[in-house]
Design a protein around this ligand. Sequence first.
Ligand code: UD1
Length: 446
Amino acid sequence: MDVFHIDGGVRLEGRLRVNGSKNAALPLMAAALLTDKPVTLRDVPGLADIRNMVSLLGELGCEGELTEPADASEPSVLSLHTRDETSSHARYDVVRTMRASVCILGPVLARRGAARVSMPGGCAIGDRPIDLHLRGLEALGAHISLDSGDVVARVPNFAQGGRLRGATIFLGGSFGSTVLGTANVMSAATLAEGTTTIESAACEPEVVDLAKLLTSMGARIEGAGSPRIVVHGVESLAGADHTVIPDRIEAATFMAAAAITRGSLTLENCPVDALLAVTDCLGHIGVGISVGPHETDPMRVTCRVSPADRLAPVQITTQPYPGFPTDAQAQLMALVALADGNSVITEKIFPERFLHVAELTRMGARLLRQGSTVVVSGVGGLTGAPVMASDLRASAGLVLAGLAAKGRTTINRVYHLDRGYERLEERLERVGARITRAKSEELVAA
Ligand code: UD1
């Protein structure tokens, strides 16, 4: 198992390119199951989750090849082509390693008339039900049952020409909407008979990117990015060539990395338009964010992050887009652990998503958790310590803390980070961080 050793206290300086978004890419890849024509996706990050998805698509008869250019500044190309539509089963072994496997459900069901997907279990950040995905597909006319831990979905009379039927579907829950649930229902509705209206749809940029790909495949979709999405079903979809949006969470992580080390980073391919809640928050903390001209595309600008004289405390509440993203909560907690005063962070999407709290405390942060809220009393400095990565974004928070801490931080189980950040240590090293990857013989407590 790999570990990161970080010798903290170095200001980061230089340029970094923000890669294509993992969370956008996964449902885009699943959309290739909606057609038997080739789909090309550009700027897909070379991550473990992407490779897992390629192998899941392979099991479902969709061939995938990821070409990573020799020059790391050039975007990668993922070619997908569904050639065999006989299998419709996403097995437990795959779904267990990657919850996002669930996003094949809508495409496979709509195109093949049946899908069997192992029910995803909970994960480190809490229970993660898929009831809304299933309710949405049921509203489109699918029959859903549970068999040996698998969700089995069927389109009635598919062999006789039966299709999913357009419907009005409410996808809201007590926390807002569901991102992958919206992706699943929207994808399935593209091949349904008639018009589907998704109310309380997720407004996240990843949903907009999926709608863009589906539209270029021939789907008829209105309103993506708003809480009401209308899909007029079509008979079939064609292939397409699409560039994935840049990763807003990676960009937010790099911004926080610059801020916590009191450094300056210039971020290229930065989706500032999708990051207003984060840049607004960083502004209140005192971090300078200046954005280059964006006549062509506000999702791909150059953005400069410059240091704060003093880190001011803030109040952060995670919310559905365009609110503050839950996926950047741990990183900002690490940052305000060094603020001059008390900050309050409330998690409204995944109330249990606080595994980083105990680890940051080991590094000297002063954190008091009460349910889904953490009061962060800023301290003058953090100290390096061995810590344990527990989930992807919690691990990113620990890396940031390690970059700022005095002395050495060793982060165990960096495979969590590798799921979401491509060659993170190489990229941070390029802008001055003293960070190395090493093998560890981890001691597992009895
Ligand atoms: C996606 C992102 C994840 C991000 C999350 C919230 C991917 C691969 N993952 O996950 O990084 O943290 O959005 O922005 O894109 N819920 C239900 N029933 C459902 C579905 C969800 O109750 O059927 C609840 C969840 O428990 C959670 C909330 O809805 O409290 C939001 O979850 P959701 O938007 O579905 O997250 P994902 O799409 O799984």
